[in-house]
Ligand binder design. Sequence first.
Ligand SMILES: *[C@@H]1O[C@H](CO)[C@@H](O)[C@H](O)[C@H]1NC(C)=O
Ligand SMILES: *[C@@H]1O[C@H](CO)[C@@H](O)[C@H](O)[C@H]1NC(C)=O
Ligand SMILES: *[C@@H]1O[C@H](CO)[C@@H](O)[C@H](O)[C@H]1NC(C)=O
Ligand SMILES: *[C@@H]1O[C@H](CO)[C@@H](O)[C@H](O)[C@H]1NC(C)=O
Ligand SMILES: *[C@@H]1O[C@H](CO)[C@@H](O)[C@H](O)[C@H]1NC(C)=O
Ligand SMILES: *[C@@H]1O[C@H](CO)[C@@H](O)[C@H](O)[C@H]1NC(C)=O
Ligand SMILES: *[C@@H]1O[C@H](CO)[C@@H](O)[C@H](O)[C@H]1NC(C)=O
Ligand SMILES: *[C@@H]1O[C@H](CO)[C@@H](O)[C@H](O)[C@H]1NC(C)=O
Ligand SMILES: *[C@@H]1O[C@H](CO)[C@@H](O)[C@H](O)[C@H]1NC(C)=O
Ligand SMILES: *[C@@H]1O[C@H](CO)[C@@H](O)[C@H](O)[C@H]1NC(C)=O
Ligand SMILES: *[C@@H]1O[C@H](CO)[C@@H](O)[C@H](O)[C@H]1NC(C)=O
Ligand SMILES: *[C@@H]1O[C@H](CO)[C@@H](O)[C@H](O)[C@H]1NC(C)=O
Ligand SMILES: [Cu+2]
Length: 621
Amino acid sequence: MQTGELQASPIGKRKYGRPLLLLVGAAIVFVALALGLGLGLGLGLKHHHHAASSSTSGLPPSSNPANVSSTTATGAVQSWRRDTAEYNLDMNWDMNAAPTTRVFNLTVSEIQAAPDGVLRPVLVFNGQFPGPVIEVNRGDRVLVNVTNELANVTTVHWHGLYQNGTNWMDGTAGITQCGIPPGTSFLYNFTVDREYGTYWYHSHESTQYTDGLVGPFIVHAPEEASLRKDYDFDQIILLQDWYHDLSTALLPGYLASGNENAEPVPDNGLIQGTNFFNCSSYGADSGYNCQNNSTQATFVVAQNKRYRLRMINTGAFGEFQVSVDNHTLSVIEADATLVQPVTVNRVPIAVAQRYSVILHTNQTATNYWFRAQMNTYCFTSNNAPVLDPDVRALLTYTNTTDEPTHSADWATALELQCQDLSSSDLVPLVPEAAPSPDQTFVVDVSFQIGAYALDKAYINSTTWVPSKIPTVNQAISGLHADNSTFNANGLSSAFGPSQFVISVPEIQVIDVLVNSLDEGAHPFHLHGHKFWIMASGSSGVFDWSTYQDLNTTNPMKRDTMTIDAYGWALIRFVADNPGLWAFHCHISWHMEAGLLMQFQTRNDLMKDWTLPSDVAALCNG
Ligand SMILES: *[C@@H]1O[C@H](CO)[C@@H](O)[C@H](O)[C@H]1NC(C)=O
Ligand SMILES: *[C@@H]1O[C@H](CO)[C@@H](O)[C@H](O)[C@H]1NC(C)=O
Ligand SMILES: *[C@@H]1O[C@H](CO)[C@@H](O)[C@H](O)[C@H]1NC(C)=O
Ligand SMILES: *[C@@H]1O[C@H](CO)[C@@H](O)[C@H](O)[C@H]1NC(C)=O
Ligand SMILES: *[C@@H]1O[C@H](CO)[C@@H](O)[C@H](O)[C@H]1NC(C)=O
Ligand SMILES: *[C@@H]1O[C@H](CO)[C@@H](O)[C@H](O)[C@H]1NC(C)=O
Ligand SMILES: *[C@@H]1O[C@H](CO)[C@@H](O)[C@H](O)[C@H]1NC(C)=O
Ligand SMILES: *[C@@H]1O[C@H](CO)[C@@H](O)[C@H](O)[C@H]1NC(C)=O
Ligand SMILES: *[C@@H]1O[C@H](CO)[C@@H](O)[C@H](O)[C@H]1NC(C)=O
Ligand SMILES: *[C@@H]1O[C@H](CO)[C@@H](O)[C@H](O)[C@H]1NC(C)=O
Ligand SMILES: *[C@@H]1O[C@H](CO)[C@@H](O)[C@H](O)[C@H]1NC(C)=O
Ligand SMILES: *[C@@H]1O[C@H](CO)[C@@H](O)[C@H](O)[C@H]1NC(C)=O
Ligand SMILES: [Cu+2]
């Protein structure tokens, strides 16, 4: 392993200081000896055992302190904790390789684990939390065999991938597939075309991903070569809020009448799936099995190197404002769109968004805090004293676990609202003009006490409930049968009362103005496309008199954007990708409350589709 490679390793916060360092040292010797003797510890120490990847990515983690840190002083390995050394990408990855087929296995199961010291049921991929890296080249065919060992159905969605021609591989329950039944396997089979960058994958069945079913998905391409001149190391960083209860235990309270959209407030935040938690914030009778021995991520850096940090918010609800004490960050990518470098002190990252930044380690060679400060302004309560929103990892130039002594957070204030980096600060590196729109739709987003007095979310007057028969299955049969109800333009009446589907039969450029009548911020994600952000506002309404004069020169294009509280956004996309595509708020609770609509595009192509038999069979399970 190269010196100075950024290493993510959970090291006990309580372990800073000499005596415990010695214990860590002893564990290093133990691991080194074990590896030196060629012993397979067989305790999940090596990631190969559980990793999904069949590729050549990643180096053996033999000299990585992550091995040590997931080892207790007695040498016991927490086998459910993934060695996130694999998130440290191999700079020798061949991005010019000829297109190939890459095969992965993802087994979904429920285990007991304590990512922050609080034991709870966690849903995991391949027995470990968080999920393994899936790393491919643009042009590759990807085969992922998902085996469901849960008691409930599941799906896997590939966030940001276009799935052009394979809509049924998008993994969206009730839209592109029926859930994978317990005890069975399903093979996701798709190619990654015309896109590269930082993506992720997660369950798209109810709120399941909130319980642990998340992982990074990286796509390389030859164009990356020029970018790589700007960094020496390439590191994935997963950020997520965390609850100490299963999401299904929190849902009934959230949806209960009279609750007025009071989302469950996270109990903690995790970086690389780990964090410290102070058990004393729970009373003795809390019912939680809490150990104060948890861990914090540590990034080992060398001085005067440049690190690309691919940060992904895989959380359910919370926005993070990421910063590194005493270091500026240069943003170069947002949701797999490369942008002209922009230097900032803090990067706000909403749920499901990704940002790559370059960190230049040109400060005094000591230790600093990497901060992912959760924006509690967007929560209905601050959940004190349980939630410590100042989520941290250690950035060490000295490869020590010493608590920083001269590390200072930026004096610039934290944002008081959950808002994205201004889209005018994000300018795509590869210029592209937005074409003129063919059609414009307006939708209103709100929360209301609806049927059965449940607190539900609405797109106009529709609250989404996943369809038993996926909408794409219905559309294909309807179009096959030449049923014109399925081929009308605009708001569709073909799918029943819980589906808000806008049908765009042929290739068109679509504008959508989303008006939020809600007091909360909503990170909206469009499946199967990236959209241009043509205009947005945090109050008032869109001024239609400016519609003809929108700046189409090179607007920001991405797949997830925050629509501000009581705000609005005008987005534009080319509806050229056949299928049924969800457009929804990515906050787990809000999607479950029904904040989802769909676009039905390219009926001209879909009418000739036949659903693959294995996909169709999922609905018989
Ligand atoms: C950090 O220290 C550990 C233990 O001495 C060593 O194994 C590892 O290679 C070091 N990492 C770096 C990046 O120097
Ligand atoms: C996937 O699992 C199968 C067994 O079902 C095994 O034969 C194969 O080697 C695994 N592939 C990878 C890439 O891990
Ligand atoms: C924390 O303590 C529990 C209970 O003693 C133990 O099972 C677990 O392995 C410990 N974890 C670490 C990281 O030391
Ligand atoms: C997927 O994995 C399951 C469980 O290991 C195995 O039975 C099945 O044959 C695999 N399917 C494919 C297509 O590899
Ligand atoms: C994956 O899909 C392609 C295109 O439909 C097909 O040719 C191939 O046989 C599929 N692979 C597997 C393993 O099912
Ligand atoms: C499985 O689904 C049921 C019904 O929604 C739910 O009560 C249960 O908590 C789920 N299990 C997990 C592990 O999510
Ligand atoms: C450190 O690097 C950043 C980003 O490259 C640069 O803006 C800054 O001026 C550098 N600071 C020093 C002290 O060299
Ligand atoms: C970090 O910045 C603070 C505030 O500017 C400064 O006091 C401190 O000395 C810096 N730390 C280091 C290690 O340079
Ligand atoms: C949604 O409701 C608004 C306000 O009533 C209306 O102007 C708009 O046309 C509706 N959208 C669609 C797609 O029907
Ligand atoms: C066409 O689809 C609509 C909506 O699903 C349905 O109500 C209608 O019966 C269908 N028409 C025919 C002729 O099947
Ligand atoms: C339009 O946007 C481009 C790209 O961000 C920018 O360079 C240009 O200055 C903008 N033009 C106007 C009139 O604002
Ligand atoms: C998707 O494929 C269709 C042809 O099937 C093509 O017209 C369209 O441009 C593609 N869209 C994207 C986003 O790749
Ligand atoms: Cu929302």
